[in-house]
Design a protein around this ligand. Sequence first.
Ligand code: NAD
Ligand code: UD1
Length: 339
Amino acid sequence: MFVLVTGGSGYIGSHMVFSLLEAGHDIIVLDNLCNSSELSINRVREITGKKILFVQGDVRDRKVLNKLFSDYDVSDVLHFAGLKSVGESCCHPLMYYESNVAGTVVLCQAMAAAGVFNLVFSSSATVYGDGHPMPLHETLPTGSPTNPYGRSKLMIEMLLEDLTDSVHPWSIALLRYFNPIGAHESGVIGEDPLGVPNNLLPYLGQVAMGRRECVSIFGNDYPTLDGTGVRDYIHVMDLVEGHLCAMQAIHKSSGLRVWNLGTGRGYSVLEVIHTYEKISGCNIAYRMAPRRPGDVAACWADPGLAAKELGWKAKRGLNDMVRDAWYWQKKNPYGYQIS
Ligand code: NAD
Ligand code: UD1
């Protein structure tokens, strides 16, 4: 039986493929390569010495999906494929609703037609919206995400919930990620953003390497310990290990399950910058800038439910995350294309 990983050549998906192979699964990756390259999959093939079937195609393409499900016996789908830039989603909302929401609809239609009902979905803490006290627990009501990207995640959560109330025996996990960072400890795979990075860690890496002059800190007047935004950063390898546990758990019964994947601890932007400086030995120039629209002051998980129900807990701390992010950055200053 195969595990289908949509978006498997992207940042999180490629780490997932590594973990699945190590756990003994046979894998098919479906990715349209709009935000990645097959080089990441080649790297996973290199470090594991294992076979990965790769299909270049789009989750919105029913023909591709039908062929894939008829050619291979698929037991589970891990659905990472989608667009993830908040700023871009504000400029091109239809692109986001089409790729993320319509893509998930087509994928689920093809799964149902093939009799495949086990699905793990990459959701985000953004679905909680703003205004809850920290930490965020799965029993809190979802809120109003501040942008089309976040709303597409919430819409997908709602449509998947409807599926689990339908006639088919769906087993679905909604995994709400906090802030995945870091890289596989080999430094062979990692995060390779196109253009100017939107997220903090890849930006810091490029400043440390001298590719960018200085990082802007978006807001130093938040009600946090040092005024800068606080987030629950989670090592990407911990995150994908959480998926393995969720995949096993949903096999036990049908229905919808929701788990936070975070560490339960928040760090401020300044704390992360100082950790990056300490670990890399590089000076990271920064300047204070206005708040970024849509940002919240602080966000961290209550990871207790995943600990209780999945037996999963993040093992790696901020030093490990930054060490592995930095090692990847040093070994691959320009990402996968030029090493
Ligand atoms: P990524 O962009 O590196 O990976 C997504 C992959 O999906 C890319 O390889 C891209 O080419 C592919 N893809 C996009 N649209 C597609 C489509 N229509 N058909 C087929 N392939 C398509 O992003 P990532 O950081 O690895 O994120 C993976 C998932 O996790 C996304 O759904 C994202 O929204 C979600 N997520 C990410 C974060 C984060 O901080 N990285 C946080 C919360 C949730
Ligand atoms: C962002 C998205 C979130 C998405 C996630 C992964 C927003 C509001 N949220 O999370 O929906 O799931 O990325 O793609 O965009 N920061 C700086 N300077 C920078 C970059 C970031 O100060 O150059 C700060 C931010 O203000 C924030 C923290 O660093 O306080 C983390 O930012 P980032 O890595 O972009 O993640 P989020 O904003 O939490």
